[in-house]
Ligand binder design. Structure first.
Ligand code: PEP
Ligand code: MG
Length: 597
């Protein structure tokens, strides 16, 4: 993935005041340029009556528009497959499915027959109904599908009335695209050579437009509130996709600072690539092991290509969310087998279902919870739904016949949960034996340490499991009582908090005393700034997203274990997260800055 992109030197500096706005970092890189306000060409939806005898003709018009739209999207899909790859092109399969959706097509036809209104109006009403439904769902992934639907219905309407879409073809020079929202087909129809960066008011890190921006190396920041207010021709914008901020009309000083950041990122990238084949050893020759976090067999393959030593965390819920239902034992088994075979002979740690919190299936059918992250989630859900859990355990066990598999339970808060989960695991084994299925009888069993109670009792948990994995994403939120998805209190979500560092120290010590292997698999494991403390605290197994593996190893090769331990001793005396963060940055800069000069 391209992590740095161009700064546009030709942008004229304005004398307007600089303004910094914060959003969500969605695609890494920094770029600066004149603003291009991307406006959706909203077409007016006409409303007129159609005589009963003309209904078949109106329905034929609809079918025609469906066919034309299908062909257009198919064409966009092929273009994306050629330029970005099959995975990114798959985004348009959801659009094609909407166009083939029988329920939606029948609804529009019935609307024409029962109301006698023209097809544009009927399509508008029906798609609005579907849109409203998806848009109120809690699940972020499904909510983002509402924008797919809007995108498709806009395109259908344009085709019905013969209008063309908005684009970037008329732009003479590259610009920073600013929009309230951006759909996947907007992104696909943009001319990449004309887009320096993207900034939007809405959107999340999993929205498809963002996935495509990331895949094509265009820096992007989303969720920037009030971004478009008062922004227009003549304004320039700097987009920092690393930090998730945009600077409106940046001053010369800001641009100078960012220009230097850009050059350094590029240099770092080439140094990291030079080191790609080197072993993961600290400067004094101590090994550390890097594993991949993945939620699809493709990510497992990407991790293996980046020379990881196995899969440290396979999140199984992604399959469930993609299907929005409980996959059958066979579907799960084939999925797990594919990833186990992709990783073979390296090991794969498969985490059992972690639904709940922000990952919810069939929202409409589930009871609303006041505190979803503290509620009916992960192992709690599985233990209350043993049949669902057994299906998954059998599928995991069957996959263990095809490579080295470990099984891990999420969100453990007490010993009883591990014991009950293990009883079910034994039952799953017994059932498979009765069916003469092959599996690894002595499969390793581990648990996540991601609740404060698990930290406190990890010596007791150690009696029940073969290994631990520390989930700092959740541990930070539970330890600091800061909801990890609440924007209003995001400033309090501090992985550098001394409470987090002390908890890590405690867990590492107990793991050592009890002889249990331990990995860190939360996001901090992929942050190079954290690496010296994690190594200094005794965590030498780290698992992170595949694109981060190489840079992590590069940095790990530039200091000694002794330096890590000294750093830890110093950090443990510090009271404020901001100071700890600064100290880690200083440690990092000291070892990397010279190389980038
Ligand atoms: C964690 O909590 O750190 C973790 C790895 O799990 P998830 O992000 O899936 O909750
Ligand atoms: Mg977690």
């Amino acid at each position: 993935m391209e992590v740095f992109s161009k700064m546009d030197d030709d942008v004229k500096l304005t004398t307007k005041d600089e303004r910094t706005l914060f959003g969500i970092p969605a695609s890494p890189g920094v770029a600066h340029g004149q603003v291009f306000r991307f406006l959706h060409e909203e077409v007016e939806v006409l409303n007129y009556e159609v005589k009963k005898e003309d209904h078949p003709q109106e329905i034929a018009r609809f079918k025609d528009a469906l066919r034309v739209t299908h062909n257009q999207i198919q064409e966009v899909r092929e273009g994306v497959a050629k330029n970005l790859g099959e995975k990114e092109a798959g985004i348009f399969d959801a659009h094609l499915m909407v166009l083939e959706d029988k329920a939606l097509i029948d609804d529009v036809e019935n609307e024409i027959k029962t109301t006698g209104d023209n097809v544009e109006q009927c399509l508008h009403r029906v798609s609005q109904k579907y849109y409203d439904y998806f848009n109120q769902l809690e699940d972020v992934y499904l909510r983002e599908r509402a924008s797919d639907l809007k995108d498709i219905s806009r395109r259908l309407t344009r085709n019905l009335i013969g209008a063309t879409g908005a684009g970037t073809a008329f732009l003479e020079d590259p610009r920073v695209l600013v929009s309230e929202d951006l759909t996947p087909s907007d992104t696909a129809s943009l001319d990449r050579s004309k887009i320096l960066a993207i900034a939007t008011e809405t959107g999340g890190q999993t929205s498809h437009a963002v996935i495509m921006a990331r895949a094509s190396g265009v820096p992007a920041v989303v969720g920037v509130r009030s971004l478009t207010e008062g922004l227009g021709k003549g304004d320039s914008l700097l987009v920092d996709g690393f930090e998730g901020l945009v600077v409106v009309n940046p001053s010369e000083t800001t641009l100078f600072r960012y220009g230097r950041v850009g050059v350094r990122r590029k240099k770092l990238k080439s140094l990291v690539e030079e080191d790609a084949k080197e072993p993961a050893l600290t400067k004094d020759g101590q090994p550390f092991q890097l594993f991949a976090n993945a939620d699809s067999p493709e990510e497992v393959k990407a991790g293996i290509e980046s020379a990881c030593e196995g899969v440290g965390l396979f999140r199984t819920e992604a399959l469930f969310l993609r299907k929005n239902e409980m996959p059958t034992e066979e579907v799960q088994f084939l999925h797990y087998r594919e990833l186990v075979e992709a990783a073979n002979p390296l090991s794969v740690t498969i985490r059992t279902l972690d639904l709940g919190g922000d990952k919810v299936l069939n929202q409409g059918e589930r009871e609303q919870e006041n505190n979803p992250f503290m509620g009916f989630r992960a192992i709690r859900y599985c233990l209350q739904n043993p049949e669902t859990f057994l299906v998954q355990l059998r599928a995991i066990l069957k996959a263990s016949a095809f490579g080295k598999v470990k099984v891990m339970f999420p969100m453990i808060s007490g010993v009883g949960e591990v014991i009950r989960a293990k009883v079910l695991l034994e039952r799953a084994k017994k059932e498979l034996k009765e069916q003469s299925e092959d599996f690894d009888e002595s499969i390793d069993v581990g648990c996540m340490i991601e609740t404060p109670s698990a930290v406190t009792i990890c010596d007791l948990l150690a009696r029940e499991v073969d290994f631990f994995s520390v989930g700092t994403n959740d541990l930070v939120q539970y330890l600091l009582a800061v909801d990890r998805v609440n924007n209003q209190i995001a400033y309090l979500y501090e992985p550098h908090h001394p409470a987090v560092i002390r908890s890590l120290e405690q867990v590492s010590r107990v793991a050592k005393e009890t002889g249990k292997p331990i990995t860190v698999c939360g996001e901090i494991a992929g942050d190079p700034h954290f690496l010296p403390i994690l190594l200094g605290l005794g965590f030498d197994h780290l698992s992170c997203a595949p694109p981060l593996l190489q840079e992590l190893k590069f940095f790990g090769r530039r200091f000694t274990y002794e330096e890590c331990r000294e750093l830890v001793n110093e950090i443990l005396t510090m009271g404020r997260p901001v100071h700890i963060k600064e100290r880690l940055k200083e440690f990092y800069d000291l070892r990397v800055a010279d190389l980038l000069a």
